[in-house]
Design a protein around this ligand. Structure first.
Ligand code: IMP
Ligand code: MG
Length: 175
């Protein structure tokens, strides 16, 4: 496999993450929230983002799996959500690597509202709007990208490339 082409440099990401954290602080305005990291892809982004946030938050994790070893999602993402007492009566900010079709986020949001979350917002490093309703927009995001498969900064293809410090495009999109 040849080397992925760089799309977003580490420095560009770093600068944008600072801005997103400011927007989040402004939105919550000092009110505590739950920062819910969607494993595994959001780990790198969330680690950088949370260190720029000044509002107090409780850190929790959810696990989703939609791609397996391919580059196109299975239809229903499987999601593991924290138990009720961790999110009920709390504002929840879901942090994920990328918003693509939105299926993962919407399923997670439903589960959180069922567990009586006060509010649910979504924050994504990348926004790939091509394959979803144009009216469905992320609350917070870093960069909009075309309908291409990207890796790095936490995002993987078949568990590879998560450690790249930048976002890159795979040369050929294998199915
Ligand atoms: P959605 O449910 O279609 O919005 O997809 C969300 C999940 O699919 C993300 O959290 C990623 O794990 C994965 N995903 C979507 N696009 C890409 C990509 O280009 N590279 C790596 N993972 C992706
Ligand atoms: Mg993911």
């Amino acid at each position: 496999m040849s080397v992925p082409t760089i799309l977003l440099q580490a420095r560009q990401i770093e600068a944008r993450v600072v801005q997103i954290a400011k927007d989040i602080d402004k939105h919550y305005d000092g009110e505590e929230f739950v920062l819910l990291v969607v494993l595994k892809g959001a780990v790198v982004f969330a680690a950088d983002l949370m260190r720029q946030i000044r509002t107090p938050f409780q850190l929790e994790f959810a696990q989703s799996r939609s791609y397996g070893n391919s580059t196109s999602p299975e239809h229903t993402p499987s999601i593991l959500v924290p138990e009720l007492e961790k999110v009920s009566d709390k504002h929840v900010l879901v942090v994920d690597d990328i918003l693509d079709t939105g299926a993962t986020y919407l399923a997670l949001k439903d589960e959180l509202l069922e567990r009586e979350a006060l509010s649910v917002r979504g924050c994504f490093l990348l926004d790939k709007p091509a394959r979803r309703d144009p009216l469905f927009k992320p609350d917070f995001f870093g960069f909009q990208i075309q309908d291409i498969f990207v890796v790095g900064y936490g995002l993987d293809h078949a568990e590879r490339f998560r450690n790249l410090p930048h976002i890159a495009q795979l040369p050929d999109t294998p199915e």
